[in-house]
Design a protein. Structure first.
Length: 162
């Protein structure tokens, strides 16, 4: 089975926003909790506490959103391979990945794990290195076929349902 893909910056940004949103919310809530505790120990007036907490919370959110955007933009622009049109060929034995400036073959036995979510197949070559296959370029039959190939090769995987 052969699939031709092209990841845009918008695809990449949305992927990173969705995958890090829960961590961001938890981090902000923990910071907010510590800030409220610190301010209440300092025995500030309630209105001062609310105003101060709201201001710092807004500043923190703005800083984290801007920082995240520029980090994702740098990660995307510095990786020329991910910006290329990439053709994946999935067989029972291996994955062939061919971009405009590179070509690679990976056996299924060397795949670390595969994760499937609503929009992507994430094929991990190691704990930190992955190939991102957007599902919008696959038909329903190709998605089912890829799941069967992954299962038949006994790759550690979290897959959706057919």
């Amino acid at each position: 089975m052969t699939v031709k893909t092209q990841i845009t910056f918008r695809d990449f940004l949305v992927f990173h926003i969705k995958s890090s949103l829960l961590r961001l919310i938890v981090f902000l809530l923990i910071l907010l909790m510590f800030f409220v505790i610190k301010e209440s120990v300092d025995s500030s007036a309630e209105t001062d506490l609310l105003r101060s907490t709201s201001m710092w919370f807004a500043i923190l959110i703005l800083f984290m959103v801007i920082r995240s955007y520029f980090s994702v933009r740098f990660a995307f622009s510095s990786n020329k391979n991910i910006q290329e049109s990439i053709t994946y060929t999935f067989t029972d034995e291996k994955i062939r990945i061919q971009g405009e400036t590179f070509e690679e073959e990976i056996s299924w036995s060397s795949i670390y794990k595969v994760k499937e979510n609503k929009d992507w197949f994430l094929i991990y070559q190691s704990a930190q290195v992955m190939n991102m296959v957007p599902k919008k370029f696959l038909t329903k039959e190709q998605i089912s076929a890829l799941r069967r190939i992954i299962k038949s090769n006994k790759v550690k995987a979290k897959l959706g349902e057919d």
